[in-house]
Design a protein. Structure first.
Length: 282
């Protein structure tokens, strides 16, 4: 197995440069995975887990491509200039590029963490080719993501005794087309409008071969969140093949220190191995 990083040109009209990190299997790939991280600080907190997950998938025979979206991580630009359409376009372009590196007949999986799940489901709806979905702790909608992020500003204001109406004020600033700064991140209306409207919409039956919905839980025994169960039940009732699992582990995307959830990595490798066993010819 090997890992290498490279920069690619962003798709027009957005342009810029996108960092992609490839985790390559030993021998010919048996499948392709394109990974998208969580939003803002969740991306930084989850870097370690994303790397561990990618290595585990490469060990199972997958070519794994992890993408820094426009304005995120080491890709060009910042959140103030990013747009939701650019993010969806980044996933589409990277997935097609990854398929070109290997074999178009191999199973493709779009892997999202937290808000990354919202991006990959919208990309799948526009992709024009089937793919599996791998979810790590998916968020049901972008409005929840945005409000959770803006509360970081409110937390800072609480320490100064001036938190009243902070979230509403920030939303008003964004609605007026202005950029706001939250926890050191410049946030602009180009991304917040699309994020705020994004929903975890069920994929069309002919678009998603399988959905693997995985969560970590601090409960014993571990359970999916109630909101997740509601969505899974609706999707399953509509004929979508949804496989779920909950494992014990820390909420690594929000912990103070960088944490690992080894059971989530193990479960991911196991579920994706099962996917290959059911899609490869006998």
């Amino acid at each position: 197995m090997g890992m290498r990083a490279t920069f690619r040109d962003g798709v027009r009209p957005h342009g810029g440069r996108r960092l992609v990190v490839l985790h390559e299997p030993v021998g010919a790939p048996r499948g392709i995975v394109v990974g998208v991280a969580g939003f803002a600080e969740e991306m930084n907190k989850g870097r370690r887990m994303a790397a561990l997950g990618a290595r585990a998938l490469a060990h199972e025979g997958f070519l794994v491509v992890q993408l820094d979206l426009a304005g995120c991580g080491d890709s060009s630009g910042d959140l103030a200039s990013a747009t939701w359409d650019a993010w969806v376009g980044d996933v589409l372009d990277t997935a097609r590029w990854a398929v070109g590196l290997a074999d178009a007949a191999l199973p493709l999986t779009l892997w999202g963490t937290r808000s990354g799940c919202l991006v990959v489901t919208q990309a799948l709806a526009q992709m024009g080719m089937p793919a599996n979905l791998l979810f790590w702790q998916p968020q049901p909608n972008g409005k929840l993501v945005l409000h959770q992020f803006l509360r970081l500003k409110m937390a800072g204001q609480l320490q100064q005794g001036a938190a009243k109406g902070v979230t509403e004020g920030l939303l008003a600033e964004l609605a007026a087309g202005r950029t706001v700064e939250v926890a050191g991140y410049p946030l602009g209306p180009g991304i917040t409008q699309g994020l705020g409207a994004a929903q975890l919409v069920a994929p069309k039956a002919d678009a998603a071969t399988r959905v693997l919905w995985l969560e970590v839980s601090t409960q014993t025994p571990p359970e999916l969140l109630p909101a997740s169960l509601n969505i899974v039940q609706r999707w399953s009732a509509s004929g979508i093949d949804v496989r779920t699992a909950a494992v014990n582990g820390p909420l690594f995307w929000q912990t103070l220190d960088i944490e690992e959830a080894p059971e989530l990595v193990r479960c991911t490798a196991e579920q994706m191995r099962s996917l290959l066993e059911t899609t490869e010819p006998a």
